[in-house]
Design a protein around this ligand. Structure first.
Ligand SMILES: CC(C)(COP(=O)(O)OP(=O)(O)OC[C@H]1O[C@@H](n2cnc3c(N)ncnc32)[C@H](O)[C@@H]1OP(=O)(O)O)[C@@H](O)C(=O)NCCC(=O)NCCS
Length: 351
């Protein structure tokens, strides 16, 4: 009758249920599981939920799915497995209204309790995530992981590209004429809205059009900037002479380094009017942090002249797949492929 795999799958989901963590007890059981599985060697002095201020927020329970023993609503026996699901939209900067919006379900914080691993728990949880993504009309599921064998087995394939460019601090510092600072209030969500708007504009400058990015509100950006161990820099080039105070002048670049336990020493989101200004400032920051090199993640859609400039200061350039994807609707596969090929998912958006 049923193939054997199907029978096993059915018996596994029969003894458990899926809960959104709406109580504090369930949230702390979930966070314990995530620290055990995802941060075993990186004890941090901040709660794991603070690294994911939107999807692990107390009021963000709809993004979080816990597998518990059936009837164990308070998770007294702990959370068996967990994954986040976060519906995002990718759209082109050009404002090309003829291009449909691509809906992607971002998945992260994927973990199964150690004693429960290898029993099909995550396979069942990912099947539930897929159903929920479809119910929210997602075109595809997207996630980030080094576990190639596992995700290939789960039906995911590599998608998009990112260039990982390693830059020499020495080369960057030569001839640096930028002025860089950390804007006040970014760790408390108190950045002026006008500054955020200008940063969004810079993030779209200098890429081949149409350049697809994840839609992000001012509120979301402000919340994400609160992530611990994240440094946010803005500034301008030496050419910007003005009688006004340094931090009142128009900004010409910004960049973000680090994100909780992730991406330390990596510039994972940036934008500029001129690569020289950004590069000089990155060198200054790397020197202050005693780093001989700093890495920058670069969308392949970067304009050639900008890439050439980056290459001058680079010691290594690697090309990697940007994410893992599982297309849910065959009829929109070409849209998903195009958005991921011609666009970029910046570090702050990935979970
Ligand atoms: C990776 C992880 C989530 C898998 O969860 P799990 O509940 O043990 O997985 P399942 O039992 O549902 O496995 C489903 C299938 O994948 C296979 N599989 C499980 N882990 C695997 C791995 N690391 N590599 C390759 N295949 C794997 C299983 O053998 C099974 O294959 P089958 O269907 O042919 O029997 C779990 O091992 C874990 O939490 N690891 C630590 C945290 C982590 O690395 N999370 C991922 C971060 S992106």
């Amino acid at each position: 009758m049923f193939p054997q795999g199907k029978t096993v799958f059915t018996s596994i989901i029969a003894d458990c249920e899926f809960l959104e963590p709406s109580t504090a007890k369930l949230q702390s059981a979930r966070d314990r599981l995530l620290v055990e599985c995802l941060r075993p060697d990186h004890p941090t002095d901040y709660p794991i939920a603070s690294e994911y201020p939107l999807v692990l927020a107390q009021n963000g329970t709809k993004h979080s799915l816990c597998m518990t023993q059936k009837g164990d609503q308070c998770a007294a026996r702990g959370v068996i497995a967990h994954a986040n699901i976060w519906l995002r939209t990718m759209l082109p900067d050009s404002g090309d209204a003829s291009f449909p919006r691509v809906k992607l379900a971002f998945v992260g914080n994927v973990a199964t309790e150690k004693r429960e691993q290898g029993k099909g728990r995550m396979k069942a949880l990912l099947a539930e995530i897929e159903l929920r993504a479809l119910a929210q009309r997602a075109d595809a599921i997207v996630l980030w992981s080094d576990l190639a064998d596992f995700y290939q087995k789960m039906g995911f394939t590599p998608a998009g590209n990112e260039l990982r460019v390693t830059l020499s601090t020495k080369k960057l510092c030569a001839g640096n004429q930028s002025t860089v600072w950390m804007p006040e209030g970014y760790q408390t969500g108190k950045l002026p809205q006008d500054l955020i708007r200008r940063i969004f504009e810079l993030r779209s400058t200098g890429f081949k059009q149409p350049f697809f990015q994840v839609e992000r509100s001012v509120h979301e950006f402000s919340e994400l900037l609160k992530i611990p161990d994240l440094a946010f820099f803005v500034g301008h080039g030496a050419g910007t002479t003005s009688a006004t105070q340094t931090d009142q002048r128009p900004i010409e670049f910004f960049f973000l380094v680090g994100k909780g336990a992730d991406m330390q020493g990596v510039i994972h989101e940036w934008g500029c009017t001129d690569m020289r200004f950004l590069m000089g400032a990155a060198g200054f920051v790397a020197k202050k942090a005693n780093l001989e090199e700093i890495m920058i993640l670069v969308p392949p859609a970067i304009e050639e002249s900008r890439l050439a400039y980056l290459m001058q200061a680079s010691t290594r350039i690697e090309q990697h797949a940007m994410a893992w994807v599982k297309v849910l609707k065959p009829e929109t596969r070409h849209l998903v492929d195009r958005a991921l090929r011609d666009g970029f998912i910046w570090g702050l958006d990935s979970i």
